[in-house]
Write a protein that binds this ligand. Structure first.
Ligand code: ZN
Length: 185
């Protein structure tokens, strides 16, 4: 399957699993010196091939103003690692827990064997510092949560990126339900 078709399918899964809002989130795949990335303001659940751009990895967003506003983060992560897939999502239960914890640690079976722990970093306004913070966490983790904002995955496969995002949100729901059940909320 070509890269654009793969991104379209991934966007649909993220939307159907309520891991993004109508116009939030972005997806990219690196192929050599080029990156396929969703355009800004697109609806991930309803992507068409024209919603995905192919951009030289060294390009600045000023040359491609219609691509995702998170391009600087995607490009910086690719230029500093060997990984090839990035998904940025806004999963609501994960975002809720990120407001209160420094890390999200799975208590359910699937979470324990998939992501296990997802670190939470500050939503820094300084984009270079935000990139540095993400790179620091991606040395040991494949999914990172930005406090009050959303998740980034950095992987080599789109399937793994979706699974990590979905699994973390499931574990976050379990953590919240468990806290309610135990009257900790
Ligand atoms: Zn976002």
């Amino acid at each position: 399957m070509n890269v654009k078709r793969t991104i379209i399918k991934a966007g649909k899964v993220l939307w159907e699993e309520h891991l993004v809002t109508s116009h939030s989130g972005n997806i990219s795949v690196r192929e050599g010196d080029f990156v396929y990335i969703t355009n800004t303001g697109t609806k991930l659940g309803f992507l068409e091939e024209s919603d995905i751009s192919t951009v030289p990895i060294q390009a600045g967003r000023n040359e491609y103003p219609f691509i995702s506003s998170e391009w600087d983060i995607h490009r910086g992560l690719y230029l500093n690692t060997k990984r090839t897939v990035i998904i940025h999502a806004h999963p609501p239960c994960t975002v809720t827990l990120s407001l209160n914890y420094e890390k999200i640690e799975a208590i359910d079976y699937e979470g324990k064997i998939s992501f296990k722990i997802a670190p939470v970093i500050e939503n820094l306004e300084d984009r270079k510092k935000l990139l540095e913070s993400l790179l620091d966490k991606f040395e040991n983790y494949k999914i990172v949560v930005i406090r009050g904002h959303g998740t980034f995955t950095l992987t080599d496969s789109i399937e793994e990126a979706i699974f990590l995002t979905s699994s973390l949100e499931f574990s976050s729901k379990v953590l919240i339900f468990n806290a309610i059940f135990n009257k900790k909320l």
